[in-house]
Design a protein around this ligand. Structure first.
Ligand SMILES: Cc1ncc(COP(=O)(O)O)c(C=O)c1O
Length: 406
């Protein structure tokens, strides 16, 4: 449920009917996922799917080899410990120290989850009482809205503003009420590709401290930042460790999105609460994959640097192609995604644009307005995934060129 104006949500394609459905009322607006809808559209129109964010090449063979060996040797084939195998919790703690200088106690301050997704939902369910407000920037990753509804909370969106889609700190401050309990942030940010600067994070932190908020910081794309837009965990700022749950994703960091190994770390009181919920959701998962992701977290810096360079080259390829077409490209600073403004091509509406290019060019992208409560602000923007092989990106650009400028 959202806090201010309730807007009818325009879902363009295949919706699930909730008439006569036993689905609880608070989940009805989440009956369909934008990613499933747009993937259906891609299948129906035989499109290249630049909508859903997963790489079309697997991560390092040596990580896959660890998983394979674990399965063969019987390591992790039975229920692993509920908070995660000690090897992975130690690796998460060592990784936090190595990259960010954060000391994390692997016994009390870490929990392994079924992807970053379960860490996010467990944290929301752990902290939100009926009617508590969660403030977040929009557009958002769609599971945030569903998670807040599951927890029976109220979502309050603060649009990323201006031509660069940056956090509007005054609007954020104005959105906080006495009922606000959690600030949910995400940087590097999906879908915009924005990476929050130190100054932006400091301003957000100051509000969280002043208003005594818990911060859930979704850092699934922590290693996917480009150029000099280095990712800074908000938990490293003064006064923030004690109020922040930091969330990571083995799937995003190592290009094994199907394995769904994620984690949360933070102070013991917050992580203990997350653990209580999480043990009653999936309880445990992915035993052999946990050992494999532990191996990945210990890989040399070269892996992380080359991964970023490889993705930033793909970003450059898609940026050049979409700019050439006449779209307004917002430079992507991180994630798998870049955002374009469709107005230079004569469209006002990203959803109409996406439907059009699926039919005319056989390429699918995601309109921001399906990831936002404020369609007026989000309408001109469309998200494109560039985590695909160069030949796929080139083919998409060629199709768009002949489809849009025949
Ligand atoms: C911002 C963000 N957070 C979390 C996730 C989920 O990560 P995982 O696959 O590890 O559950 C995604 C996946 O797309 C994402 O984009």
């Amino acid at each position: 449920m959202r806090g201010n104006l309730i807007l009818p949500r325009e879902i363009g394609v295949a919706t699930v009917s909730t008439v006569d459905s036993p689905l609880v009322a608070r989940m009805r607006e989440h009956a369909t996922s934008v990613f499933a809808e747009m993937s259906d559209l891609a299948r129906r129109t035989e499109s290249i799917n630049l909508g859903q964010g997963f790489p079309d090449t697997d991560g390092p063979a040596e990580i896959a080899e660890v998983a394979r060996a674990c399965i063969a040797d019987g390591r992790g084939n039975q229920y692993p410990p509920a908070p995660g195998v000690p090897e992975l919790r130690l690796a998460i703690s060592a990784h936090a120290m190595r990259f960010y200088g954060i000391p994390v106690d692997s016994d009390t301050e870490v929990v392994v989850t079924t992807g970053a997704s379960e860490a996010i939902q467990s944290a929301l369910l752990a902290f939100i009482e009926h009617g508590d407000e969660v403030v977040m920037f929009e557009p958002w990753f769609d599971i945030y809205a569903a998670g807040i509804s599951l927890a029976d909370g109220v979502r309050m969106g603060v649009p990323l503003a201006g031509p660069g889609l940056r956090p509007d700190i005054d609007a954020l401050r104005d959105a906080i009420t006495p009922s606000t309990k959690v600030l949910l942030i995400n940087s590097p940010h999906n879908p915009t590709g924005v990476v929050f600067t130190r100054a932006e994070l400091e301003a957000i932190a100051a509000i969280a401290i002043e208003r005594n908020l818990i911060v859930i910081s979704d850092e699934a794309y922590e290693h996917l930042w480009f150029d000099d837009h280095r990712h800074i965990p908000i938990a490293t700022l003064p006064g923030m460790w004690e109020r922040t749950v930091t969330i990571g994703s083995g799937g995003k960091t190592f290009s094994f999105t199907g394995w769904k190994v994620g984690w949360a770390y933070g102070p013991t009181n917050l992580i203990s609460a997350v653990k209580v919920v999480r043990q009653h959701l999936s309880f445990v998962s992915g035993g052999p994959f946990q050992y494999a992701i532990a191996h990945g977290l210990g890989m040399p810096d070269q892996y992380f640097t080359e991964f970023r360079h490889d993705l930033s080259a793909k970003r450059d390829l898609l940026t050049a192609g979409l700019s050439e077409l006449g779209l307004g490209v917002l430079p992507s600073q991180g994630t798998y995604f870049l955002t374009t403004d469709v107005r230079p091509l004569g469209y006002d509406d990203g959803l109409a644009f996406c439907r059009d290019i699926a039919e005319r060019a056989h390429v699918v992208a995601i309109p921001h307005q399906l990831l936002s409560d404020d369609p007026a602000v989000a309408a001109p923007y469309v998200r494109w995934a560039f985590c695909k092989r160069p030949e796929v990106l080139n083919e998409a650009i060629a199709r768009l060129t002949s489809g849009l400028h025949p």
